[in-house]
Design a binder for this molecule. Structure first.
Ligand code: ZN
Length: 126
């Protein structure tokens, strides 16, 4: 049975994690229709094409929704960030979780860790 060449390389999630491990925040861009998408997938969610490539994300976004998760050690932010490229992703906005506002401009960085992850800071500093 012939193998589908789309499955020869590491999968889209593994590629995304590998880029993060190199300190790069990337998203997928469709070579057929130009749509940007996150999370990464094997096909484009807009046109179902398979010509996807990882491109550096601008790191710019705005807070689409936000909540504060409270624990014994205090609270932290969990937000949905609408990226400048269009897709939305769940991430933490650093700083005072009570100060995070819908529509606020935020900037991404890759936080080291196991695994590394994308976190956001309020634009212009916390
Ligand atoms: Zn497409």
């Amino acid at each position: 049975m012939p193998q589908d060449p789309r499955f020869d390389d590491p999968g889209p999630d593994a590629q995304w994690q590998a880029a993060l491990a190199d300190g790069q925040f990337v998203i997928q861009c469709c070579g057929t229709c130009g749509a940007a998408q996150f999370p990464p997938a094997v096909i484009c969610r807009a046109c179902h094409g398979a010509m996807l490539k990882m491109v550096p994300a601008s790191g710019k976004g705005t807070v689409y929704s936000t909540t504060t998760v409270r624990g014994r050690e205090g609270g932290h932010d969990v937000s949905i960030i609408e990226l400048a490229e269009g897709p939305r992703m769940m991430a933490c906005v650093e700083g005072d979780p009570e100060a995070v506002r819908i529509g606020q401009a935020v900037t991404a960085r890759v936080a080291a860790g196991e695994p590394p992850r994308v976190v956001f800071s309020p634009e212009g500093g916390a």
